[in-house]
Design a protein around this ligand. Sequence first.
Ligand code: ADP
Length: 339
Amino acid sequence: MATLTQSGRVESRYGGQAFPIELDGVTHDYGTRLALDRLSFQVGRAEIFGLLGPNGSGKTTLFRILSTLMVPTGGAARIQGYDAAREPNKVRQQTGIVFQARSVDIKLTVAENLKHQGHLYGLSGRHLKTRIDEVLSRVGLLDRARDKVETLSGGQQRRVELAKGLIHSPSVLLLDEPSTGLDPGARRDLWLYLRMLRDQEGVTVLVTTHLMEEAEHCDRLAILSEGKLVALGSPAELKSQIGGDVVTFETAGPEQAARLAEMMANRFVAGPAVLGNRVRVEREQGHRFVTEVVEAFPGAVQSVSVAKPSLEDVFIDRTGHRFWNEDQPETEPKKKGRH
Ligand code: ADP
C-alpha cells in the first residue's frame, strides 16, 4: 500500500518516486448507475497510455476524475502522488488537460490565448513569453503566434489546445478523444507531437479513445467495459494472448449461426462465440480449420475470414460481446477483409 507523507504526497514504490498516474480502487456511482467499478492500475513515466472502451464504458467519468473536475465516490486517483480529490491544486500544477470541446478563444490570437492560460498558472513576464515561444515551436505554430485562432485550420486549432495544455510544463498530459474531428494528416501530426513529448521531455500521456486504430499507437492500454477494467497491457501483448488466428464464419442469419456454433462445439472446439450471424473461433492454423468446417457442414457457411487477432478480438475475448453494437455506427473503418 502507498503511504501518506506529511505534505500529503503519497510515497510509492516506483524507483523511489510516485507514479505519474495511479488508480487505487477508483469507483464512481452516479446514483443509479455504477460508472466505474474498482479500477486499479498505474501509469509509468514517459508512457503513452490509452484508455480504450466503447461508449458508456466510463472513460469520460475517469477523465473527469483525473482532471479534478469530479470526486470519485470510492477509491483514490493520484497524479505524481497527489490525491486528485484532496489536493486538486497540486494535481493541476502537474497536469495538462486537453478536452474534446474547444477551450481556446477564437477571437484572440494564438499567443494571447497562451498568455491568459499562463497567467492562470502564475506565469508572467519574460519567462512566460519564452515559454509561449517554446510550446508554439514544439507544436509547429510559432509563425502563427499573432494570428487569430479563428483563422487556423481545425488541426492547427487542436495544436493550440495542446500548447495551452503544455504551457505550465506539466509532467502528465491528459487528452480526451484527441483525434476527434481531425483529418488523417492532423492525426499523424498529433501523434508525432505526443511521441516527442514522451521521448524528449519524459511527459506521461494519457489519452481516452474509442478508436482501435488510435489505441494501437499507445505504449500500453487499459480496456474498459461497463466501468470495469477488462484488459491491461501493450497492444502487442494483449493480442498475443489470443491463441493463433481468429476465424469468423458468416452464415445466413443468427439462427443458422447458433446452429453452426453448436455443431462446431460438438465436433471440434469448445466455446465458439456467436455474434449476430457470425461464428467466431480462436484457433491455431486457421486456414486448415476452415477447410475442416466447410467440409464437415456443407452449405452452412456463406463466407469466411481468417485474421490475426486485433484489439477488438481482445475485447470480445474478455467480454463475450462486440466492441460496437450492430446498430451503432462505427466512426472508424472496419478492419478490412474480416467481415
Ligand atoms: P464513456 O465516456 O466511455 O462513453 P461515461 O463515463 O460517459 O462513458 O459513462 C459511463 C456510464 O455512466 C454510462 O453508463 C453513462 O450513461 C453513465 N453516466 C455518465 N454521466 C452520467 C451522469 N451525469 N448521470 C448519470 N449517469 C451518467
